[in-house]
Write a protein that binds this ligand. Structure first.
Ligand code: SAM
Length: 276
């Protein structure tokens, strides 16, 4: 008989027993509050019939919550080998439902692991690589994403950049990319004291759902336009977009060359990319 979830000891005890001192270089800020991990898992919606990817399970607080929330299959990718024996115990308590992959999530191909099944990504991300991971998943296949939703913890400031719209001071390349491909929302904030050890800043759980029919646009061209425009965000577009065609390009699609990057909607950025 497998031990069952009730046999799992409290997270703090597990961390102490395994001597898992948090490492800053790995962005290790752990969650021990069961109400909070359950809230994050619930926010991801039904998990029964999907492959749930969790990046950075650490000692497994959120992992346990996902499994308790009836996730049928969790694939957890963890870089720190010290966490593996702890995750193994969780895997025994939920036989056949948790696979642990040791490795750097930046170089793991989640789409290949999903193997065509419906996937959701749920994670309390390591902050040092969180934005890059998000960009990787967004751009893996802009037309047919391998994921149904992403429910992710970021630093609040990164969350604000993801959901930002034109006119906001947080609006930039990340907001355009996320706004092109997804509907995104900040679900709730999480204060530093909720983590062990507490980070310096507030965090936010952000949810992204792919748009059914994103505007037609080539990723590499959109990136060229947003890089040039936001690279000199205080300048007028006629100046910042000069290397790409400047005034002529803007006039061709009816955008006033005296505008600045942060006033352009996602649709206008896509139009610029198409006109390149
Ligand atoms: N999920 C746990 C929790 O909520 O308590 C831990 C979250 S902690 C913020 C981030 C986790 O990501 C750590 O366990 C860390 O070892 C892991 N990690 C850091 N960089 C990683 C990477 N490149 N690939 C996979 N895991 C990574």
């Amino acid at each position: 008989m497998p031990p069952g979830p009730d046999a799992l000891p409290p997270l703090r005890d597990v961390v102490a027993a395994h001597g898992l001192a948090p490492r800053k270089a790995l962005g290790q800020n752990f969650l021990f509050d069961l109400n909070l991990t359950a809230k994050i898992a619930r926010s991801a919606g039904p998990l029964e019939d999907v492959t749930v990817f969790e990046i950075g399970p650490g000692p497994g607080g959120l992992t346990r919550a996902l499994l308790a929330q009836n996730a049928g299959r969790v694939i957890a990718i963890e870089r720190d080998p010290r966490c593996l024996p702890i995750l193994e115990e969780i895997s025994h308590a939920y036989p056949g439902r948790l696979e642990v992959v040791e490795g750097d999530a930046l170089s793991v191909d989640l789409a290949a692991l999903a193997g065509g099944s419906n996937a959701k990504i749920v994670a309390n991300l390591p902050y040092n690589v969180g934005t890059q991971l998000l960009i990787n998943w967004l751009t893996a296949d802009p037309v047919e994403p391998f994921w149904q939703s992403m429910t992710l913890m970021f630093q609040k400031e990164v969350g604000q950049r993801i959901v930002a719209e034109a006119g906001s001071s947080h609006y930039g390349r990340l907001g355009v990319l996320a706004g092109w491909l997804t509907h995104s929302d900040i679900l709730f904030d999480v204060p530093p004291q909720a983590f062990t050890p507490p980070p310096k800043v507030t965090s936010s759980v952000v949810q992204l759902i792919p748009k059914a029919d994103p505007l037609r646009c080539e990723l590499s061209k959109l990136e060229r336009v947003t890089q040039a425009a936001f690279g000199q965000r205080r300048k007028m577009l006629r100046q910042s977009l000069k290397p790409l065609g400047g005034e002529a390009l803007l006039m061709a699609i009816g955008i006033d060359p005296a505008r600045r990057a942060e006033t352009l909607s996602v649709a206008e950025f896509c139009a610029l990319a198409r006109a390149l």
